[in-house]
Design a protein around this ligand. Structure first.
Ligand code: ADP
Ligand code: MG
Length: 701
């Protein structure tokens, strides 16, 4: 039976080698099972008929039964269109075609009864349907249709070979007709019974050919449940396994390095949130098990400090540690602030990036192979082949969503035994998304900013109000403050990116002329040395304005900068806007974030901007982001290597199911951590089938 489902799709009647290749390439359908699991994206109710009198342009797709009274054409040339008057007892509407004007009247002669299907619209205060689906009523009556007709997505390429939604539906029907056995269950009986789920056999049939909405919904729920359940079970079993099997270095002491820092160099009190998180981390480090912790906290909440204290504890126990940052600027920033924080306590802090000189690099490599408990800070350069540690005890990854999973994995292999791992992110992730992306990590949250910070005031201005914004900037600068102006990265091309900034710079230089004003510039095409010169000008207060592309998004820390102007704010995603806003509000003065946008905005863009103006709560913003964009687009889900493609669930909408199935998975693993019980055999088999390719993924984060 299992073998049957593995049969190559080309053997299915109606497919053949050519279509098989297309199905394979376009929809990733390779075998019978893949076809059965190619679920419809929508259903139309073919039992429901509307009358003409009921139609209005707000309705979605509708089905109507009536007679085509006659055809005529309107317009000329490109604008020529074919119009049919279509009526039932309640009234008349127009059917409109812009193509096929010749063959349509021949194929669907006037005077006969048809069933049409389409989206009602309105033109010249008359209801119309453009390019309706159309079928002779008596022909339709002969055709067997289930109450709800499934629609499958296809591609242009497939459509051009006549692999339409209807065709796919026919293939599924053929295949189901060939299945003369009960489809083997993929969930244990007790889970099906306890949760009142539809059996796999029924669910597969009903998801493709439901006879009513209730059946369709029950079938879909079964598959959402199953999909999300296995994701959680997979994540959680690695967590359980690690906690019971992967040993971790024991950092039992707090010694000189930490204490010198804490008592001599730390000039402020830790926030309660920082203290709580340090406790959580210390408990992990002393547990004898490998730590795998995600540290979430808004920009400026003091994560770097937590990272530093953890590294000092590693050093006190004789271990090396490292921080990997996503950009050279950020790595350098960490290097500077950590060097400063550790002044006089006798620990070596080193920086390794792509621009590190060869001799310096050789020296660093030598230190890492010694017993010295040094701290290494750097970029991707840390994971290059020739960087080896003798005693790597703690690896910290900052702004982790920017690293691919494969890159993170390399850090694990740097040392004989796996180091403790702390992953830090300033992009708050909604709970349910975190449960899915990082479901096997322990999570700490810094939900408090250091005291004395005033919340940043956020304002929205249209392009036509630019002069007001410039006046505001002049006022702030005259009070001794500094201003960031950020331009979006319009395309991946650095050239275009720069052009956009370059044009803005012309206008700015006129509005803020030298020598009264000094403007420093920062963008991706500059050399590291020039970037540093620009940063230095701004950091030392010599430049009033820093004009930058999104390269400043992470890591710049200039407390005297109180204004963040974001140009073309409508082009940024919410999480990016939030990150950028976090660059100000770091000092004692009131700070401002100004969102500049073009005068016309899409609904979604204005919702993003309104959200930014309304709240500065990172988690609220993350939820809005998830709602507005859908999880596939959330920054980070792609880069962080979302390890599976969701067939049917929607992380934005199915949050409740996620929480529900996670609890079920937890309670199963609690009783049977290795899934050795007979009744859990299916679980083990399914995990292997679903995730064997992704084994290493799950091991990593
Ligand atoms: P994050 O990495 O979370 O964005 P940082 O660690 O860079 O935040 O901290 C932002 C700024 O706040 C830094 O200048 C840091 O020295 C300062 N800071 C951190 N913790 C505290 C605290 N408890 N009290 C006052 N200032 C703090
Ligand atoms: Mg930071």
């Amino acid at each position: 039976m299992q073998n049957f489902l593995d049969t190559d799709i080309k053997y299915l009647p109606g497919v053949g080698p050519r279509r098989a290749e297309q199905l394979n390439k376009e929809l990733n359908i390779k075998c019978y099972r893949d076809l059965l699991y190619y679920f419809p994206y929508r259903y139309v109710d073919r039992t429901k008929f509307y009358t003409v009198a009921e139609l209005d342009p707000d309705l979605p797709y509708v089905q109507i039964r009536g007679v085509i009274k006659g055809y005529f054409t309107e317009g000329k040339g490109n604008n020529k269109r074919l119009i049919a008057e279509f009526s039932d007892e309640t009234g008349v509407i127009r059917l409109i075609w812009f193509r096929g004007t010749r063959w349509i009247p021949e194929t669907y002669p006037a005077g006969k009864e048809y069933i049409i299907f389409g989206k009602p619209g309105v033109f010249n205060s008359m209801i119309n349907i453009i390019h309706p689906e159309i079928e002779l009523a008596e022909k339709r009556e002969k055709r067997l249709v289930s109450g709800l007709e499934a629609l499958y997505s296809t591609t242009e390429e497939l459509k051009s070979s006549f692999i339409t939604s209807k065709f796919i539906s026919k293939l599924v029907g053929n295949l189901l007709g060939m299945i003369n056995f009960r489809l083997p269950e993929t969930l244990p009986d007790y889970i099906i019974t306890n949760n009142n789920l539809m059996s796999l056999h029924d669910a597969i049939h009903k998801i493709h050919f439901p006879s009513n909405t209730k059946e369709m919904e029950r079938a879909r729920y079964r598959f959402k449940f199953e999909e999300l359940f296995y994701i959680q079970l997979n994540l959680l079993r690695y967590k359980v396994f690690r906690k019971t099997h992967t040993p971790g270095f024991i950092f039992s002491r707090v010694g000189e390095y930490f204490n010198k820092f804490y008592f001599n160099n730390l000039s402020f009190e830790l926030t309660d949130a920082q203290k709580r998180v340090m406790k959580e981390i210390r408990r992990d480090l002393g547990s004898g098990k490998q730590m795998n912790r995600l540290l979430q906290g808004d920009v400026g909440s003091g994560k770097t400090l937590v990272a530093l204290m953890s590294m000092l504890i590693a050093a006190d126990n004789g271990y090396q540690s490292c921080i990997m940052a996503p950009t050279e600027i950020l790595a350098y920033q960490h290097f500077r602030s950590i060097s400063k924080f550790t002044e006089g306590i006798g620990i070596r802090v080193m920086l390794l990036t792509g621009s590190t000189k060869k001799t310096e690099r050789k020296h660093i490599e030598k230190v890492l192979l010694s017993d010295e408990p040094a701290i290494l800070i750097g970029t991707h350069a840390l994971i290059e082949e020739n960087v080896r540690f003798k005693r790597l005890g703690l690896a910290i990854i900052d702004e982790q969503h920017r690293f691919g999973v494969a890159q993170r994995a390399k850090l694990w292999e740097k040392s004989q035994n796996p180091p403790h791992v702390l992953v830090m992110t300033a992009t708050p992730i909604p709970r349910t998304l975190a449960m899915t992306l990082y479901g096997d990590l322990d999570v700490s949250v810094i939900n408090e900013l250091p005291p004395g910070r005033k919340p940043v005031k956020t304002m929205h201005f249209f392009e036509s109000e630019r002069n007001k914004v410039f006046a505001f900037m002049r006022k702030q600068i005259s009070e001794g403050r500094q201003v960031y102006i950020v331009y979006p990265l319009i395309t991946e091309s650095e050239k275009l990116d720069y052009k956009n900034l370059d044009e803005g710079l012309d206008i700015l230089t006129q509005a803020f002329p030298p020598p009264q004003y000094c403007i420093s510039v920062l963008h991706g095409r500059m050399t590291a040395a020039n970037k540093e010169i620009s940063m230095k000008l701004f950091r030392e207060g010599k430049a009033h304005i820093m004009v930058a592309t999104t390269v400043i998004e992470v890591g710049v820390d200039v407390p005297n900068a109180t204004v963040m102007v974001i140009e073309s704010a409508e082009r940024f995603g919410l999480s990016q806007l939030h990150q950028l806003r976090g660059r100000v509000g770091r000092g004692a003065e009131q700070s401002y974030c100004i969102l500049m946008s073009s005068d016309k905005l899409s609904k979604e863009a204005s919702e993003r901007i309104e959200t930014m103006v309304r709240t500065s709560d990172g988690f609220e913003i993350a939820e809005a982001d998830l709602r507005l964009r859908g999880p596939g687009d959330i920054e980070g889900t792609q880069q962080s290597g979302f390890p599976f493609e969701l067939r049917i669930s929607d992380l934005a909408r199915d949050g409740q199911i996620i929480e529900y199935v996670r609890r079920i998975a937890e309670s199963i693993l609690e009783k049977d951590p290795l899934l050795e019980d007979d009744k859990n055999l299916i679980l083990k088999q399914e995990l292997n089938r679903l995730f064997s390719r992704n084994y290493s993924w799950s091991n990593i984060s």
